[in-house]
Design a protein around this ligand. Structure first.
Ligand SMILES: O=C(O)CCC(=O)C(=O)O
Length: 265
């Protein structure tokens, strides 16, 4: 679960950094097995996607520190209560939307475009103690970004903005406004941000390597991506369990007796 400080920070800023989510062994494993970059435009064929690259990539679906936080941010507390009342298994109520892997950020990268913003990329609402987030990203830096000039950046608080980003501020290669905040991370940390937040990639000016893994999650009813996972494609792996399969279930309301994979438990 988010603690009080993290709840305050996510509500106010639109992002938080959770330290030490992954061990150095897990980071080494990710570095060693990362095969290529993946994007949504165009998507990599499903059978070549990161979830087939090794157990560690499937473990990122359901990390013990992260999953309770994702439940707080995009899960459905009523559904979980209902399941508990009926003695049903407590399965995740968020789903994996898509994965991006960035390997192209290196010296000379001029900077990306600020993007996001409510309601195109994500939604954000907080009511009666409950977060209602749309597409929500967890990014893992595989190399330290502290010593570098670039990396993830955002305009904190813009997940609640009412006014469009001024024209001319978007292209970070043309200049970075003072209100744009750089969010650094070390390997093992997770940056969690709502895609409703205006964010982007800063120019990268140093020799250091940047490799970033983005797992993007959605509420169980929604999908941003048109390239949707099917849990059946992953049943052959011994490390897949009910929780991971549930995170890969197609978007739907999770009503009882639905025709779905995995079968409702
Ligand atoms: O470089 C970054 O960390 C920003 C990535 C980004 O803009 C996104 O995942 O939507």
């Amino acid at each position: 679960m988010l603690n009080d400080e993290q709840r305050f920070l996510f509500d106010t800023l639109g992002y938080i950094v959770i330290p030490d989510v992954l061990s150095s062994e897990q980071i080494d494993e990710l570095r060693a097995t990362l095969r290529h970059s993946t994007e949504q435009f165009p998507p990599v064929p499903q059978e070549e996607g990161p979830l087939h690259w090794g157990k560690i990539w499937r473990d990122l679906l359901d990390l013990p520190i992260l999953s309770p936080i994702l439940e707080d941010l995009i899960g459905n507390p009523k559904l979980r209560e209902g399941r508990k009342d009926h003695g049903m298994q407590d399965l995740p109520t968020f789903r994996l939307d898509h994965i991006n892997i960035h390997t192209h950020m290196m010296k000379g990268f001029a900077g990306g475009h600020l993007h996001g913003g409510h309601p195109v990329a994500g939604t954000f609402k907080y009511h009666n103690g409950i977060f209602y987030n749309g597409l929500t990203t967890v990014s893992f830096e595989l190399f330290d970004t502290h010593s570098n000039g670039g990396g993830f950046a955002c305009i904190p608080g813009t997940h609640k903005a009412n006014v469009e980003l001024p024209e001319g501020w978007s292209d970070l290669s043309q200049g970075v406004q003072d209100c744009v905040t750089r969010v650094a991370a070390k390997p093992g940390d997770a940056i969690i941000f709502t895609e409703a937040l205006i964010h982007g990639t800063l120019p990268w000016t140093v020799d250091d390597t940047r490799r970033t893994v983005f797992y993007k999650f959605s509420p169980h009813t929604l999908s941003w991506s048109a390239d949707i996972f099917n849990p059946n494609d992953f049943r052959q792996y011994d490390d897949m369990d009910d929780r991971k399969l549930a995170i890969l279930e197609l978007p739907n309301a999770r009503y009882p007796k639905r025709p779905s994979e995995p079968e409702p438990i």
